[in-house]
Design a binder for this molecule. Sequence first.
Ligand code: PMP
Length: 395
Amino acid sequence: MLPGGHTRTVLAHEPFALTFVRSEGAVLIDADGHEYVDLLGDYTAGLLGHSERRVLDEAHDAIATLWSVGGLHPHESALARAMCERFGLERVRFTNSGTEANLMAITTAIQATGRSKLLAFEGGYHGGVLSFASGLSPTNAPYDVALAPYNDLEAAVSLIDERLAAVVVEPMLGAGGCIPADEEFLTGVFAAARGVGAVCIADEVMTSRHGPSGLAALLGGTADITTYGKYIGGGFSFGAFGGRAELLDRFDTRRPGFIAHAGTFNNNVATMAAGRVVLEEIFTADVAEEHTARGDRFRGELAAVLARHPLPVSVSGYGSSMTIHARATVPTSAADAAERDPDVQELIFLGLYRRGVYTAPRGMINLSLAVTDAQLRTGLHALDDTLADLAARLD
Ligand code: PMP
């Protein structure tokens, strides 16, 4: 019934994607009973690991008393307050996914500026219909998009003029290979866009986990609208876009000419309740800072393992998100990341998988809060062993 046997393309790989039947802590168990240390963390959505009772209890209690109410409810305003306080937003609106959050942020910018041109970056990914991983995808929403190479300020600035409605940028390319923005690039692009009256959109769907309030702030960049998703929903479908009141108040239905923003599940009770407990009780700003530092330390250990082997391998990333690349030097752009050895890349993934460590076929790793130091060591040993085996076979 499911074309290709799945309903989320990124999960497909050869010979077949794993089917999980159980999860606990940072361990996944597949349909054949094999156990894996989960180092993928569901592409950043699984930050909490697989057994966070506080989310389960909160969501359970919330829907036990409020289930599909078709009205406003206190969990929604509580999460809005938590988001605004944590990320320094004046206003926020909820969606069902990061994709929708970006579509609505772009809509806001187009309406606010009366312009239609967008600037995005090669290797950028902002959702299933906003993918610039390999140029302009035929499945993208039909926006008028100009693409600049990531981390190339001069090229970006040359595309910024009075026709621009918005620039949309990830503070670190996520799907594009965990390539962080240079500070000068991010702040320079925002300054140039602001200079022509365009709206600066930071896509922090993956990167809001870094530091106390997201990666853009750590790099010195301040967006007009920021988009969120993934882990904040505690495992439930989630997206949000927020920022300056002047822009977001266009959704205020008391205003003439307001922008309508529909979505049956925008304020669904389970997500709203889970999100508040995630931000205020589990992944607090202090925990986020510690987790970022822990990720940096682990990436250093991983780089040390890679350096022991005579193979073209490197690792990039920031904090708890990173990508192993089958290329000798750390990539700084999508063009670099495209120059990986696809066979070695796949063999690293399969080698880890065979040794009970689950990562993304494209090399991505995201540490969860549940992963133990012992499990991280298991991951490093599995990588060491995989690379030793590969090096011997390729000799
Ligand atoms: N933006 C970024 C940076 C993402 O990584 C993703 C998802 N991988 C999205 C947007 C889209 O989010 P969703 O999958 O929830 O639609």
